[in-house]
Design a protein around this ligand. Structure first.
Ligand code: MLT
Length: 396
């Protein structure tokens, strides 16, 4: 008789963004033809930049000729892309060996897969509000989760605490959903804490490209001590519009060891067993992002999303609604007006303004009473959504 993974019984009925999609579908079924303003899941609206598209086309042509055709790609990533990413880090003063960069199919996949490195039943510290996949992936894996709530008083920034014993610590900076960015001094405290306690930090840097304040770190490896305690997980989804194209990378230093095992070697062992690599075509598209041309094109796209953030925050300012984020991050985290609960505010916005957002409670209990807007929509749609937001919230 098959024994299913009983950890699944401890999960919520459905994943946050799937649940929102279901609610949205139910609304559209009941109101056919209604146009919705989508500020919910952080899905990009700008097409891929020209540098990436040209490289993708060229790579398809390469696959069409026997002289340039590629079969299986190296499981841990093509050398050309690993080197391009290492060079990008070097440009920020972070020296990596290309073998410390692993090409992935995206951050969300990797954040779950990487748990293979840790024993089942590990204790995992998750500062909240947090991207809900952290919790769900660890519930599925049977790990023990310690929720670390953060709040408005400290700008939603988590503080390390040596009395909390954890094997693995998730840090997301810029944070999804709050947009809070860990300043160097605080990130250093987390690094020192992890090195002292033997924990490993999983540093989710999926939104680093949105940082505009030069004093803030883009990578945990900009700071001393990180090479012995951290794994950094990055994505081209939000940086370069690859949500539907799928490409990411993970930095796992060769100096990271626990229990006498080298985690970089373990990850090589894992990847060479569990994947056959990412397609040549996608990796060529990704390589183009790290050229000067690619970098300037993606900066222009990010500027569009930043402008969306300005339009939404101007509406919130006029309405007197408290918010944070939107500056170094593509998300705005706001307090629901009138002390409303977050799923109630979701319903109000959907029913009265046809706006889809994300309820704060979906990111952990301390997110109750808050709400998240994504700035990844098109400028025209975002402007219309901001107008409707003003009209509806004025009446609340
Ligand atoms: C979000 O909206 O939090 C993200 O787009 C979800 C994801 O990256 O999977």
């Amino acid at each position: 008789m098959l024994n299913p993974n009983t950890n699944y019984t401890a999960l919520k009925d459905s994943y946050l963004f799937y649940h929102i999609a279901q609610k949205t579908k139910a609304y559209l079924d009941a109101h056919p033809g209604t146009h919705l303003y989508r500020l919910g899941i952080g899905d990009v609206s700008q097409p891929l930049c020209k540098a990436a598209v040209d490289a993708l086309h060229q790579a398809v042509d390469d696959q069409a000729a026997s002289e340039t055709f590629h079969g299986y790609m190296p499981e841990c990533g093509a050398q050309f892309l690993r080197e391009a990413i290492a060079a990008h880090y070097a440009g920020r003063g972070v020296m990596l060996d290309a073998s410390e960069v692993f090409v992935s199919s995206g951050a969300s996949d990797e954040l779950g897969d990487i748990l293979d490195l840790f024993a089942r039943g590990s204790t995992v510290l998750i500062p909240e509000p947090a991207y809900p996949a952290y919790v769900d992936a660890n519930v599925m894996a049977g790990n023990r989760i310690v929720h670390l709530p953060t709040g408005k008083a400290r700008g939603f920034l988590p503080l390390p605490d040596d009395t909390i014993e954890a094997d693995v610590i998730y840090l997301c900076s810029p944070n999804n959903p709050t947009g809070a960015v860990l300043p160097k001094e605080l990130l250093q405290q987390w690094i020192d804490h992890a090195n002292r306690t033997g924990a490993v930090i999983l540093f989710d840097a999926a939104y680093e490209a949105f940082i505009e304040d030069d004093a803030l770190p883009h990578s945990i490896f900009e700071l001393p001590g990180a090479r012995t305690c951290a794994i950094e997980i990055c994505s081209l989804s939000k940086t370069a519009g690859f949500t539907g194209t799928r490409l990411g990378y993970t930095v796992l230093p060769k100096t990271l060891e626990r229990g006498g095992q080298n985690l970089n070697a373990m990850w090589v062992r894992n990847r060479t067993t569990k994947t056959n690599g990412i397609s040549y075509i996608l990796q060529k598209g990704g390589e183009a992002i790290f050229t000067d041309e690619g970098q300037s094109q993606i900066k222009a796209q990010i500027a569009v999303y930043k402008q969306n953030a300005k339009i939404l925050t101007a509406a919130l300012d006029d309405l007197g609604i408290w918010y944070t984020g939107g500056k170094n991050a593509p998300y705005i985290w706001l307090q629901c007006p009138g002390g409303m609960e977050s799923w109630d505010f979701f319903d109000v916005l959907l029913q009265r303004a046809q706006i889809i957002g994300t309820p704060g409670a979906g990111f952990g209990a301390c997110g109750e009473g808050y709400f998240r807007f994504s700035c990844f929509g098109s400028p025209a749609e975002t402007a219309k959504a901001a107008k409707r937001l003003r009209e509806v919230c004025k009446q609340l």
